[in-house]
Ligand binder design. Structure first.
Ligand SMILES: [Zn+2]
Length: 111
């Protein structure tokens, strides 16, 4: 599963940073996930809970969903996007995604 690979990467980052800070436990991992990142938020949560171990055994995953938006290369119109493929309302060009593909660890809460 795609999400399991992502979660493994997230946990690796969290464990590395926690170890570098001499932490005894990871309390929370805050993640930015864009609506157009192609990731199922519920699957991420499920995988995260299944994959936690050691320092992160009791860690919570805090997901901040970011809205998607795009810009038309033809006429410059900007609009929100909920699907990765969308056509410009004004001229019918395929919109270019300008935001909403984020997938990154924003912060950690560690002890
Ligand atoms: Zn347009």
């Amino acid at each position: 599963m795609h999400e399991m690979t992502i979660v493994a990467n997230i946990l690796e980052i969290a464990h590395r940073q926690a170890a570098a800070a001499d932490a005894v436990r990871i309390n929370r991992v805050v993640l930015d996930v864009g609506k157009l990142a192609g990731v199922e938020v519920e699957a991420l949560r499920f995988c995260f809970e299944a994959a936690r171990s050691g320092l992160s055994a009791a860690a919570e995953l805090d997901i901040r969903e970011l809205s998607g938006h795009g810009r038309c290369p033809g006429c410059g119109l900007t609009a929100s996007m909920n699907e990765p493929i969308a056509l410009c309302e004004a001229c019918g060009c395929v919109m270019e995604i300008s935001g909403g593909r984020e997938l990154s660890v924003v912060s950690l809460n560690i002890d």
